[in-house]
Design a binder for this molecule. Structure first.
Ligand code: LMR
Length: 328
């Protein structure tokens, strides 16, 4: 009798597990660090909605914003372990997995977002989407945020103004070199800690896009923002090879289609948000926006440009040349 009971219990466990595998929807957790009212936040929510519409019963997307699930230092590790299926870290946060993407951090390499877009769509740019393959990650597409500005407790007009100041940076050696080039001290810190570090004056400044400065209220604790447009903050939407390959082919195709549409939507928002959030910061009067004259801007370019050569070996000269050419 006992044997029968055990056998029945074992059988029902098997059935439950079996049916969950065959019938239940695949849960796709999308983790990110920014607020929902940002290009990335909006893109992730759009992706979730499109999947709910088109793949009901097959895939459910759950979005976790504001570093709720994983901060930016953990998300890729968690993805490889299968604890999260999708994310879109800034291109500056992949250096443990590839050195190639460092190209996007080179100061003053891209004149504006149209150049970034052009380069990303070129053969070299597309080649970079595959740069994580060997590490078990699949690059599904680029997503824009925008050009970075310098915010600080002191007005920054020329590089000498940054001397001795502490700046929070993303985990990128190129960004570290960029601030060292103006004799400032870079500190690699997760995005979730930036507001408090600024508020408590543990650091003097940081670099970010208008939408991040606005949505995370950095402008409330930074009296000056220099409109430097010195670098780009963009993302790569990534998943793990293991998860991606486990999907049925038709599901994979539909997911990619939904993602491409969500990215196009996010990119549109990115362009508009940069303008709107910049204006909201001006209107708040909490922060003074500093415009650089051509001569002042040239000083920043001159001071920071040697960083290109410093990283030429790791990134590849052909890559840098291709990106530079996109400005023409
Ligand atoms: C940052 O850490 O400053 C950004 O990468 C945050 C983000 O994802 O936009």
């Amino acid at each position: 009798k006992i044997t029968t009971l055990v056998a029945t219990a074992a059988l029902s466990t098997l059935l439950v597990t079996g049916s969950a595998l065959a019938g239940g929807p695949v849960v796709l957790k999308f983790s990110h660090v920014v607020a929902e009212n940002t290009p990335k936040g909006q893109m992730a929510n759009k992706f979730k909605d499109l999947v709910a519409e088109r793949l009901a019963g097959k895939v459910t997307v759950e979005v976790f914003p504001n570093s709720q699930l994983f901060g930016d230092n953990k998300v890729l590790e968690a993805m490889l372990l299968g604890d999260v299926q999708m994310g879109a870290p800034a291109l500056s946060k992949f250096s443990r997995y590839t050195k190639k993407l460092q190209i996007f951090d080179l100061p003053f390499l891209f004149k504006d977002m149209s150049v970034v877009e052009k380069f990303q769509k070129s053969p070299k740019g597309l080649e970079l989407l595959d740069s994580l393959k060997k590490k078990g990650l699949v690059g599904l597409g680029y997503l824009h945020n925008g050009m970075k500005q310098l915010s600080s407790s002191k007005p920054l007009r020329v590089p000498a103004d940054a001397k001795g100041l502490k700046f929070r940076i993303m985990s990128s050696d190129v960004l570290a070199a960029q601030f060292k080039a103006v004799n400032a001290t870079p500190l690699k810190k997760p995005f979730s800690e930036v507001f408090t570090l600024l508020q408590t004056k543990a650091i003097d400044g940081q670099e970010n896009t208008w939408s991040n400065i606005y949505s995370k209220k950095f402008f409330e604790v930074q009296p000056y923002i220099t409109e430097s447009n010195h670098g780009v903050l963009d993302y790569m939407v990534v998943t793990s090879k293991e998860f991606w390959m486990s999907l049925d082919k038709d599901v994979q195709v539909e997911l990619k289609k939904a993602l491409d549409e969500a990215i196009a939507y996010g990119n549109q928002i990115a362009a508009q948000k940069a303008l709107d959030d910049r204006q909201k910061i001006i209107d708040s009067k909490r922060s003074e926006i500093i415009q650089l004259s051509d001569a002042q801007r040239n000083q920043w370019v001159e001071a920071m440009k040697p960083v290109w050569e410093e990283f030429e070996k790791q990134i590849g000269k052909d890559m840098i040349d291709a990106a530079y050419q996109a400005n023409m």
